[in-house]
Design a protein around this ligand. Structure first.
Ligand SMILES: Cc1cc2nc3c(=O)[nH]c(=O)nc-3n(C[C@H](O)[C@H](O)[C@H](O)COP(=O)(O)OP(=O)(O)OC[C@H]3O[C@@H](n4cnc5c(N)ncnc54)[C@H](O)[C@@H]3O)c2cc1C
Length: 353
């Protein structure tokens, strides 16, 4: 008997049918996860998506998205993610709006993986990991309130909204330098705020920032708080000198926080290969992890591009990789010694269909 999973949240109440053995379970629901759901549903694999309690991914946190192809007038991030979801749903993708709490990933080809959502155990022949990566926050007053109203975590995405503006970039690594250099093409002034006098950034990236006419370095300062102006958007950053504790006020309308990302790989970091920063490693130009039938896509694997369109692109790749795996890998009945016979039968049927 298929299980029924009922998820109640403020967003929606839904009942999703869960099969004895799923072909493919997708964990995570940003552009990567929804694209994988779209492609696997159009390939008649009837995917089940564990989309997370905070469904829709990072773009739920932003307003205008102007660089996603196909939206000539731009689109609001949440609207775009609803479009992604609707498109996957149209072809039959099923959703559980809750977090996966544990993953037991199999190590042999054809063996079943088990995805846990609370007490519910979901068995799957293939799993696509698409849990994304969270930008690290400063954790200072005003940061959350002014997110998408001046405070940003993505210069590539938002720099063009700050033409002629006074801005800061917070951080001292390569990403901060790259963000500042990119932002300097649009902003009137960019101040790089860093807590130490020395920078972790490579010499060449630092020099590139120093060479720009409208970039200045300000150390050793941290952001103490952000404050809004009368229009409710960011109007100033209050900085604190970490050596003498003095304060300094910078009038700005844009602040880019560039202190790193934290990939959401905690559930799998002991099972698949991850790099020193926790990004899931894939084999070559594929989305295959070292485990058979386990694929990874989107920002969870990507510390370089981190864009919606690249995440969607690798979501498509993961779906195609999973489809090829399911086509070529018979279910290993012996590996399911613990499963009741009807479950093995169901797996064999699903492999044959
Ligand atoms: C403020 C901001 C603005 C941005 N603006 C743009 C822009 O304009 N253009 C652009 O191209 N890019 C933009 N980006 C970058 C873009 O959002 C990301 O590159 C993209 O969302 C990555 O997609 P993803 O599918 O890999 O992951 P995400 O979008 O991060 O989605 C991952 C999802 O997985 C879920 N998840 C995590 N763990 C679990 C679990 N255990 N179980 C179930 N679900 C789980 C999360 O809740 C999340 O919903 C922006 C980023 C930020 C932060």
């Amino acid at each position: 008997m298929p299980a029924l999973y009922t998820s109640e949240s403020k967003v929606r109440v839904m009942t999703t049918e869960i099969k004895d053995i799923e072909n493919v379970v997708i964990v995570g629901s940003g552009p990567a996860g929804y694209t994988a759901a779209l492609y696997t549903s159009r390939a008649d694999l009837d995917p089940l998506m564990i989309e997370g309690f905070a469904w829709g991914g990072l773009l739920q946190q932003t307003t205008d998205v102007e660089n996603y192809p196909g939206y000539p007038d731009g689109v609001l991030g949440p609207e775009m993610m609803q479009d992604f979801r609707n498109q996957a749903e149209r072809f039959g993708a099923r959703f559980i709006t809750d977090d996966a709490t544990k993953l037991d990933l199999a190590t042999e080809p054809g063996e079943l993986h088990v995805v846990h959502v609370g007490d519910q155990e979901i068995r799957a022949r293939a799993v696509i990991l698409a849990m994304g990566a969270e930008p690290k926050k400063l954790g200072v007053p005003g940061e959350d309130e002014l997110a998408a109203r001046g405070v940003s975590y993505c210069a590539t995405c938002d720099a063009a909204f700050f033409r002629g503006a006074k801005t800061i970039v917070v951080g001292g690594g390569d990403t901060a330098m790259e963000d500042a250099t990119f932002l300097s093409k649009f902003a009137g002034k960019v101040t790089i705020v860093h807590r130490r006098d020395d920078f972790r950034a490579s010499a060449i990236m630092l020099q590139r920032a120093i060479d720009a006419d409208n970039i200045e370095l300000l150390t050793p300062y941290v952001v103490d708080r952000f404050e809004p102006g009368e229009n409710g958007s960011l109007s100033k950053a209050i900085l604190r000198n970490v050596e003498d504790d003095s304060h300094r006020e910078l009038p700005i309308t844009g602040a880019f926080v560039a202190i790193g990302h934290r990939p959401n790989s905690q559930l799998v970091e002991d099972q698949v290969d991850v790099d020193p920063n926790g990004y899931v490693e894939v084999i070559g130009r594929s989305t295959k992890t070292k485990l058979p039938g386990v694929f990874a896509a989107g920002d969870l694997t990507d510390h370089i591009y981190r864009q919606a369109v690249t995440a969607a692109g690798t979501g498509c790749m993961a779906a195609l990789d999973a489809e090829a795996y399911l086509r070529d890998t018979p279910v290993d009945a012996e590996a399911h010694w613990a499963a009741p016979p009807e479950r093995i039968e169901a797996a064999a049927e699903s492999a044959a269909s």
